[in-house]
Write a protein that binds this ligand. Structure first.
Ligand code: GDP
Ligand code: IMO
Ligand code: MG
Length: 423
């Protein structure tokens, strides 16, 4: 039986998962997305061309790799069709795309609700991507969501009509314009026709693939600290991007899991609101943002930037059972003269490695930093860790030492080739 290797974000997303997935999926026969929706944005740079993936597993770039959208994903059909068309326009075949019958559909009322809820939160806003993700998951758990299998069936118009009429009552209360059910249903029935050929029972597809010895790669989206259970609630997304979500979002079992790669940057970033203890809301954060081009792939928002937090990384290691680390943007951090690394939290005069998502507790903690030498020079073509400048090796070794997990990938630049593989 082949195993499922998993790529998971260790912090607040945008750690460069796409790049690691791109490398690993060249050896995988199947690439699967398990949670989230088009709130994700994964950038892959190939031969000077930039690909931004939101819904389709980026494994689609490898000819012959099956790209599966698992049952745990919420799908905006309009976005998916745009992504399919963009890939086709770039000469990339989507014949190997498979969409789970059990995934849920994002409809226009989810997007309107997402905006309405954010407006109502006022100063307590979450800073969502306003893509309808939260409301679509709410409907799934409330059991009024529309699954792909119903979306492509004659049942769709009746199910959608009930939902639109119900949501219109809410929109009316808040003074929002009501949605036109007839128009939406007609438009989305056209999308359903386009997507129907890709729909399949992905649970059996994945298990049959494993039985045939086909390696599977699970492409994590979002990240540990955005997890609905383990993240900095309520400043989180509405799914489980951690290891549990891999099982519930695909139907593979715990014993099917092989390597679990935790992706991080040599510094950290966050989009949206919420606690972030190593944030540098100052000229250092601004410098990191400019050097690392830290502007969102999905919403283009400037990302908040700061130092790498090993207390939070250890938390990600604990929760996900991470077996190997992928550290990206070592080139970027190496452009700074001095680098700080958070190696513990000080609370009530004691220093420990216990991360907490409790905002009040976090506010009473102060990060304990160690300082490292930067100025690594151009490392983008280096192919082995031992050839990196000693200053860079020292920084990386300290990360491994503190969290107790080996580094298997080192990102040395944005391009596909700019990576050191130690796996
Ligand atoms: P994801 O959501 O985790 O897949 O990450 P994003 O694609 O949203 O953001 C990561 C950004 O960093 C992208 O623009 C990547 O091209 C870029 N990137 C990834 N790894 C490296 C690296 O090692 N060095 C540099 N300079 N850029 C990188
Ligand atoms: P990738 O896969 C970074 C953040 C949003 C917001 C919060 C909730 O590219 O790493 P949502 O729209 O999900 O309800 O927003 O979660 N967020 C992300 N931040 N990268 C992502 O995905 C994200 N997906 C959601 O900014 O703070
Ligand atoms: Mg991203």
């Amino acid at each position: 039986m082949a195993r499922v290797d998993v790529v998971i974000g260790s912090f607040f997303g945008d750690e460069g998962k796409g790049k690691i997935i791109d490398y690993l999926s060249s050896n995988a026969k199947v690439s699967v997305r398990c949670s989230g929706g088009n709130n994700a944005g994964h950038t892959i740079n190939v031969d000077g061309k930039k690909y931004a993936f939101h819904l389709i597993p980026s494994g689609i770039l490898n000819k012959g790799t099956k790209a599966v959208i698992g049952n745990g994903v919420v799908i905006d059909p309009k976005v998916l069709i745009t992504e399919i068309n963009e890939l086709k326009a770039n000469g990339i075949s989507v014949d190997n795309l498979y969409i789970s019958t059990k995934a849920h559909i994002i409809l226009p009322y989810h997007i309107t609700l997402d905006k309405l809820l954010e407006e109502n939160r006022g100063k307590n806003k979450i800073g969502t991507t306003c893509r309808g993700i939260g409301p679509a998951y709410c409907d799934k758990f409330e059991r009024s969501g529309i699954r792909v299998e119903d979306f492509i069936s004659p049942k769709f118009s009746e199910l959608a009509l009930i939902n639109i009429e119900n949501k219109n009552k809410i929109f009316e209360c808040y003074g929002y314009e009501k949605l036109n059910a007839k128009e939406i249903i007609a438009e989305y029935q056209e999308y359903a026709k386009i997507l129907a050929p890709y729909v399949t029972d992905t649970v059996n597809l994945l298990h049959n693939a494993m039985e045939n010895g086909e390696k599977i790669l699970c492409e994590g989206a979002q990240a540990t600290l955005l997890d609905i259970d383990f993240g900095t609630y309520p400043f989180v997304t509405s799914s489980n991007p951690t290891i549990g979500g891999v099982l519930t979002g695909t139907g593979v079992g715990p014993r099917d899991i092989g390597e679990v790669y935790g992706v991080l940057k040599a510094y950290s970033s966050r989009v949206g609101e919420g606690p972030y203890i190593t944030e540098q809301n100052n000229e250092i954060g601004d410098l990191i943002r400019e050097l690392g081009h830290e502007y969102g792939t999905t919403t283009k928002r400037p990302r908040r930037c700061g130092w790498l937090d090993l207390v939070a990384l250890k938390y990600a290691v604990r929760i996900n059972g991470i077996t190997g680390l992928a550290v990206n943007h070592v080139d970027t951090i190496g452009k700074l003269e001095k680098i700080k690394l958070c190696v513990g939290y000080e609370h009530d005069g004691k220093i420990d490695m216990n991360y907490s998502t409790n905002a009040e507790y976090i506010n009473t903690c102060s990060p304990v930093y160690e300082e490292f030498e930067g100025n690594f020079g151009d490392i983008s073509t280096i192919k082995s860790r031992s050839e990196l400048p000693e200053k860079a090796q020292k920084y990386l070794s300290r990360i491994e030492e503190v969290v107790g997990v080996p580094i298997k990938f080192i990102g040395t630049g944005a391009e596909r080739e700019s990576m050191i593989v130690e796996a």
